[in-house]
Design a protein around this ligand. Structure first.
Ligand SMILES: C[S@@+](CC[C@H](N)C(=O)[O-])C[C@H]1O[C@@H](n2cnc3c(N)ncnc32)[C@H](O)[C@@H]1O
Length: 260
């Protein structure tokens, strides 16, 4: 069993253990070379103290040391943990960590070159309440214990309109999130995709999820909050195309009446 260190700087498992083989393969054989910039970012990712990555995604075969230990071992506090799933460059993770120092934020994505941006921002802004996790979200329950997470944001997920099971907001994924989120925990979706937004509203009815907030177009609603103040990379693109940005927040089996 790997030993956990109080000081997360000395954790034995992160970046170097999991990413180096890929980088070495690319640098030596180079059959289908990644851009130099990507390789540079991957190499730099290995040095980041706020990034944990399981490059071969074999979470099922070995226990992840921070599972059940994020508070005690990484954050050194008992503050609520908020996840941003499919975080890309981590704009919500960073933006909310700055606004809410009394919470901890973890950005999750499978793309290392995008996560690099968030990690770098977290380090440059000296944010101690931030971490990033490079994994497949399908495997999320191998990285967090039951009730270890208090809130989940899903920001501009790929709509996956043809394959429901792959939607990060489908019952398939929500049932995984239910294994790690506090029973009162809220799941937030921000999207440019009207079909996905409507899908969540319809699915909520079928699955008995309780919608606690539902805003079809946050920029027309007069909202002045993290919903409009923080914009992600993809959001900026969709805004330039004139798309409405929708928001919906829900809990499972919660009895508060929705204000629609
Ligand atoms: C459209 S991008 C949005 C990124 C960011 N939230 C934004 O708004 O700019 C979707 C992100 O989800 C990530 N993603 C999609 N499916 C995933 C999965 N199953 N596991 C991990 N990451 C995933 C992709 O790598 C990508 O960065």
């Amino acid at each position: 069993m790997q030993r956990l260190y109080k000081n997360h700087k000395r954790l034995p498992f992160p970046s170097s253990l999991f990413l180096s083989s890929r980088v070495i393969t690319d640098l030596t054989r180079n059959p289908n070379p990644m851009s130099k910039n990507k390789l540079k970012r991957f190499a730099e990712n290995e040095t980041f103290e706020n990034l944990f990555q399981h490059n071969d995604f074999n979470a099922r075969t070995e226990p992840f040391p921070l599972k059940g230990n994020w508070h005690a071992t990484y954050f050194n506090n008992t503050n609520p943990i908020v996840l941003e799933l499919g975080c890309g460059r981590g704009e919500y993770t960073i933006g909310m960590a700055q606004r809410f120092p009394e919470k901890n934020f973890i950005g999750v994505d499978r793309k290392g070159a995008r996560l690099w941006r968030g990690c770098k921002d977290g380090i440059e802004k000296n944010l101690k309440n931030v971490a990033f996790l490079r994994i497949k979200i399908e495997d999320i329950e191998y990285y967090f214990d039951q009730n270890e997470v208090h809130e989940i944001w899903v920001t501009f997920p790929d709509p996956q309109l043809r394959k429901e099971r792959r939607r990060l907001i489908s019952p398939n994924f929500i049932s995984k999130y239910q294994k790690i989120i506090d029973p009162t925990g809220i799941i937030h979706l921000k999207t440019d995709c009207t079909e996905l937004y409507e899908y969540v509203i319809e699915t909520a009815l079928i699955e008995n999820w309780n919608i606690i907030e539902n805003i079809p177009d946050v920029y027309k609603s007069g909202e002045n909050s993290v919903l409009t103040e923080i914009q992600t990379f993809y959001e900026k693109k969709w805004l330039l195309e004139g798309k409405p940005i929708s928001y919906v927040a829900f809990k499972k089996n919660h009895i508060i009446a929705p204000h629609l």
